[in-house]
Design a binder for this molecule. Structure first.
Ligand code: SF4
Length: 110
């Protein structure tokens, strides 16, 4: 079973506890339809704007066993209020540069 570490938008923590992300992980739905149910090894925020702390947090998740990092939909899609992260592309590129290329990335969750 694929082990996944979630990273979410810190700004949306007041609006969403990530319930749907945990459901789709358990049930292998959303972005995980292609791989089936996944094991969640951690669920952390980006660390706040402008997202510089995301690299350390992604590394921490990998150290805790994540084979993949899933960016929750609050970041790229702006779920649930339609307000995507203005730093998304920069954060994504930074994580790609710093993580082992074997770590899989999911750009959204559901
Ligand atoms: S950097 Fe983006 S993902 Fe992180 S808190 Fe700010 S808006 Fe949210």
């Amino acid at each position: 079973m694929l082990k996944v570490g979630f990273i979410r938008c810190q700004q949306t923590e007041d609006l969403c506890p990530g319930t749907m992300d945990l459901i789709i992980a358990r049930e292998g739905k959303g972005v995980f339809e292609e791989c089936g149910p996944v094991e969640v090894v951690g669920f952390v925020s980006c660390g706040g704007c402008p997202g510089k702390r995301v690299i350390a947090r992604a590394k921490m998740l990998v150290e805790r066993g994540a084979d993949a990092i899933a960016f929750a939909s609050c970041i790229a899609k702006g779920t649930p209020i339609g307000f995507p992260c203005p730093h998304w592309n920069q954060m994504r590129e930074a994580v790609i540069k710093k993580l082992d290329s074997r770590v899989r990335l999911f750009d959204w969750s559901h």
